[in-house]
Design a protein around this ligand. Sequence first.
Ligand code: SF4
Length: 262
Amino acid sequence: MRIAAGQVQAAPGAMLRRFYATLLKSFGPQGWWPARTRWEVIWGAILTQNTTWRNASLAIKNLRKAGMLGWRSLRQASLSEIEQLIRPAGFYRQKARALHTFIDWIEDTHGGSLNLLFAQGAAPARAQLLQLKGIGPETADAILLYSGRHPVFVADAYTRRVLSRHGLLPAKASYESAQQILHQHLPVDQAMFNEFHALLVEAAKRYCHRNVAYCEECPLRSFLERNSKLETGNSVPKPDFESRVSVFAKAQELHTQREFQV
Ligand code: SF4
């Protein structure tokens, strides 16, 4: 976020912590990541790409039923077997290859040990993960945060949507720049990053949809006015606020047609 006025430079961190406290009070702990093992977190992070968690969890359920959640059993399975099992997650050919690529790589590079992967530290592990086909920044960070327990914020589209509508991130912030801002303004706290990201996803799914925001029902509604003042005092692009007002108005119109969408 490009903050021009000196007097608001300390505000984003304080505001982010208030968002966190408000969401936690409203929604309670989210218990992420919903997985039984660190391996399962990784499969889930790959399978949930470009689809809903519901579809990814159906694929994981199939893998579990087939006894293929362990990396060794998954490695022994053919690509076509995996493809059939993970079909509900969509893009099943690419995702089956991504799973195999990860498994081959971790065996060749780290002897199949997640401990060795994560013990290098977040930055080297991230750099290695990003070399793998089928793993982008968001997937790598989900793996580092939820499987490796490293303090890395997953600045996904939900996070960017909610925070940019409140002027805490620039509109259209890239993944990397949004993450940089969050790292700059939040304490380095893995447990908080874990919970905060999960809470932001929940807020976006329940209230802050891509094309319409149900602000009147959202626990973050009390920050709208406060943040509009913050926006006036810094250089966050004005369209953030205008679009927020516009989606709020649209929310009134569409209220009766409401459906949960991502
Ligand atoms: S729904 Fe409204 S109040 Fe809630 S996060 Fe989105 S813009 Fe903010």
